[in-house]
Design a protein around this ligand. Structure first.
Ligand SMILES: [Zn+2]
Length: 121
């Protein structure tokens, strides 16, 4: 009888360990989730950049949450850099977004960022 109780205990421990493992795996999968912003908001992602007259390319970028001093794009200089996506003040998920970007816009943003960082050196 004691042997059966011992095996039942081992079985219960096994079930609990499996359950905890699957729950933590699901949480991890949710964190890595990617949202397709091109499908959600096609008007924000035209076929070409109106400023640089360049074709847009696909990318998977990080979504940043929290207060920021500026967004990833500047309409007058780099309207489609989309190096990252502003997720707003609050939120933690999803972490990644499928977007389209203009490579000339990204170059312009890198130069802008370098110049902006120079003021702190
Ligand atoms: Zn551009």
């Amino acid at each position: 009888m004691k042997k059966i109780a011992f095996h039942m205990l081992l079985l219960m421990i096994g079930i609990i360990v499996c359950y905890i493992g699957s729950v933590s795996w699901k949480i991890e999968m949710e964190d890595e989730r990617t949202v397709d912003l091109v499908e959600k908001d096609p008007r924000s992602y035209p076929d070409g950049c109106e400023l640089h007259n360049a074709a847009m390319q696909w990318d998977r970028v990080r979504i940043a949450y929290g207060l920021r001093d500026r967004g990833p794009n500047m309409k007058s200089e780099f309207p489609h850099s989309n190096k990252w996506i502003d997720g707003g003040c609050a939120g933690i998920s999803p972490r990644y977004a499928l977007i389209m970007f203009c490579s000339k816009c990204r170059e312009a943003e890198s130069i802008f960022e370098e110049n902006w960082m120079r003021q702190f050196r």
